[in-house]
Every structure is written in C-alpha cells, then in structure tokens.
Design a protein around this ligand. Sequence first.
Ligand code: BGC
Length: 548
Amino acid sequence: MTPTWFRDAVIYQIYPQSFADSNGDGIGDLRGVIDRLDHLASLGVDAIWFNPCFVSPFRDAGYDVADYFTVAPRYGTNEDLVELVEAARERGIRVLLDLVVGHTSSDHPWFQAELAAEGPAPEGDRFVWCAELPHRSSASTIPGTPGWVPSPGPRPGWYLRNFYDSQPALNFGWTTLPPDQPWRDGVDDPGPRRNVAMLREVLDFWLSKGVAGFRVDMAFSLVKDDAGKNAGAAASAAIWRELRAWMEGAHPEAVLLPEGAEPRTGAPFAFDADFFLVIHEPHGSLFDNHAAGRLPFHPPHEPFFDAAGRGSTETFLAAWEAARREDPGRPIVMATADHDFDRLVCGPRTADQLGAALTFLFTWGSVPSLYYGDEIGMRYLPGLPDVEGAVCHPDYNRAGCRSPMQWDDGPNAGFSSAPPEDLYLPIDPDPARPTVAAQEGDPHSTLALVRRLIALRRRVPELRTSAPTTVLHRGYPFVYRRGESHLVVVNPRREPGRVALEGAPGGAVLLGEGVTLDGGVVTAEGFGYAVIELGRTGRPRQPASMNG
Ligand code: BGC
C-alpha cells in the first residue's frame, strides 16, 4: 500500500520560519522556499516536509492551528503553496505538510464558540469539557503533557489540553464511559465524528491541491483513555485506518507518516512508515549528547557518535531489530535532527566529525530525513530566547535548532534583509559559521559529502532503503553490509579501530576517508567513514548479524 515513490525517498525538513525570507519581515516564507528550490534539487531530495504553515497565533510555532484551510499570511497565500508544489514537482520534489490533529489553537473559532457557550454544543462538542475535575491530580502542571485547564469562561468547568494550555484537545471520544464521568463521549458520538469528518476534509483539501501527504503530529493522541492498556491507541488507530481506506481510493499516491512509531494494534497499518524520533532513546543513544538539555524521560548516556568513543549501538540495534521482526519491509524514517531537539553539530561534536554520522544516516536501511541546515553542518545554538514556545521544559530549549538558514556571507547570512533585531531568531554569531555559498564548489565540504551520499544512494540500489542491512560489527568501527555487495564502515570516535571480516578480502572505496579494507581487515582512522563496493571474490561473514 505504501506508494513506490516513498519507499526509497530522501526527505528534507523545512522549518518555514527560518529557511528563507523573501519579503524582509525577518520570518521565512513560501516565496523564499520557491527561490531556493534549486538548492534542494542540487541535494537530490525527493520530498520536502514543512512544519505547520497554517493560520496560527504561533504560541507553539504553528503547532497551534487556528485555520486548517489557510496558509498563515506571514508565509504567503494558498496560491503560493500551490505554486511551490508545482515548482517543486518540476524538479522531481514532492511536498508534505504537517497535520496537527490532536488539538487546535485556543484562538480557533471552534474553541472560541465552545468557550462562549453555556454548555455542550447540540451537534456535539469538538473539544473535551468537564464540569468538575475527574481527579484533583489531573489538573495540568507539566507543560507539554495533557491535563485539565480551568475554563476562562463564560463556559464553566475545565477543558482538556494536549500540550500547552493554548492547545485544547480535540474530542475524538473515549473507549470507556464510566458513570461518574458523564462528560465523556463515545468514539461514535456526534462530537467525535464531526472531528473525524473534519480531518478527512482537511486531508482532501490539501491533497487535492497537489500536496503529496502529511506528517501527522501526535497521531495517537486522538482517543485519550488508555484503559485496558492501549485502548486509546487502538481506537486512534481505527480512526486512521478509516481515513486511510478513504485515502487509498481518493489519493492513492499520498503518504501518511506518524510522528513516532505507529502502535502495533492490528492490521492493516494506517501509516506508511515508522519514525525513529530524535528525542527517543533508540535515536538518542546514537546522537544525543544532552546539549539541548534533557527531558524527564531521557536517560543519561554517552552517544555512540561521539569522539570519546564511550557509546554503544545496542539500544538502537535492539529497537531496529524489533521493528524489523514485526515487519521487515516497513520503511523507518530517521532524521539527522528536527525542530524539537538539537542538531548533529552540538556539544563536543564538531562539523569536521560529521562524515561518520552522515554516512550512517544516508546509507542505513532507513528513509533519511535531512533537517534544513544539516547539509552544511549548522550547529545547535545554546542559550537562544524562548521564541514561539521553544522552551517547553526548563531543561530543554528547542530554539537552538531553529535558527535561520545560513546561505551566504551577506547580511543575516543571506536569510533576510530585515534588521538583525527583527529576525525570528538570531543568526549564528560565529564569524566562521558554515554557509551554502562557502561550501559550494568545495569538494571537502559537508555539503559536497551530503550531495555525494544522496547521489550514491540513487546510483546504487543496494544503498537504498529497501535493500537488506546486515550488521557485521556492532562497536567501533560500526560495520554493516547493504545488499550483498556494499560495505559501510563508520568510526565516529577519535581512536582508530580495526575489525577482521572473514570472507571480505577487499573492495573499492566509493566514498570515504580514512578507511581501508585489505586482506579481510577493515582499518578505520579516528572519525573515518567509507562506503565500499566489495570485490567479486566473496562477501564477508558476520560475527553478529541482523537482516532487514
Ligand atoms: C511537535 C512539537 C509540538 C508538539 C505539540 C510535537 O510533537 O513536533 O513541535 O510542540 O507536537 O503540537
């Protein structure tokens, strides 16, 4: 059911606020993206994923939608989006939008109407209200988690929020209806069904304009109760299956991506992939050095991709293997970074150490998602101001990965002609900050490496998502085979390393630095990386293996 175009795709994520500002107001816009499409085409990506670009008060950077059918004026118009979709299509690039489904903004007219009412809407409430708190402890205290918020009135009582107070949860009903909680609707009651119909309308509206699909924010937060463990997720999944069944007829080429892994609640899957999120431990154990802070669920660890070389691939591989056992063919998206955390360059990991990380991310058996700016090694900027809800936990600042794209050495790094104080977020003040212009034409730049990695995936089917991935060495250097014929070696630590691979006498290095394969022995210098086409004489046998 997953459209073929997506199975081997490379995604590019654009945080629209910070990519390119064409009208000098200090905030990125769609015209700016249109003007920069040739850069994306030069990378060889297949799809752009935009963070939400709809009308919003931007208390959570646009994840608080006030009108699902209109592009936020600061980004342009619906016509600009259609023009962008067409201009991208001419370059072989599809456009994915971000669908925020679990909540709206409190400014949304639907919420304002329910707030102004005395009691439940006769046609069913779109939001979740209760007259009295179900439990005293359920009042929300921790930002970023669901909880009850006292109504500012006139409607009496409390409303349920999904993330911030300004993000009231949409009502998709409950699977259990205890008599002491009469405010709960069943999943088939009119309020919840109105919202499901609305989702379909939103999907249809944008897909009919040529959009290729959606990343769906908090997809499994629709039905809130977890009675009987996961009943909420199963009921949410049922809604997505229903929408998916309709989509397959109406828009068969479109994709749906969940924010994280789709819960295993039975067949068929409603989404086209799973996402190994950067804030979750399987991905974090590889890259997170806690430079952006730590969320309460982040265990302390040393990441594998780190000069000190004290990390491990075990947590990642266990999660990967489990996902593969469940469904060997299901695409798994892995991002270089995203708008919610840090970047590859952060803490002690410098841009000149990126070869190993990027080689892994573009040659592992996943769907790579390249976060804007990572193609030139932009860094996570510590200590930026809390703009548009970036600080959602005292120890966790998302602003540092949302700073403006660095295009050239013009004013504001070519991002905008606005005075610096009017920029959405400050530009990296480092005079040696990387830029696209400085890296163009430099064969040793991060940009050149990313382009070569993506081009190599295109040319060599064994390096794409759907070819099998077999791990040959789980430590430093990390070594795996793609298909039958290609070997990838990455050594993200400072210390060199060696591994004997039985049955792999030699091969040709297609791309890389500091790695040799000779007489069945891989030698990797510190920070070395390579993609090697194995000689015809044999393929290496593995000390530890994994298929998928
Ligand atoms: C998005 C966040 C957003 C949250 C609430 C997420 O998972 O990625 O940026 O703050 O949902 O909508």
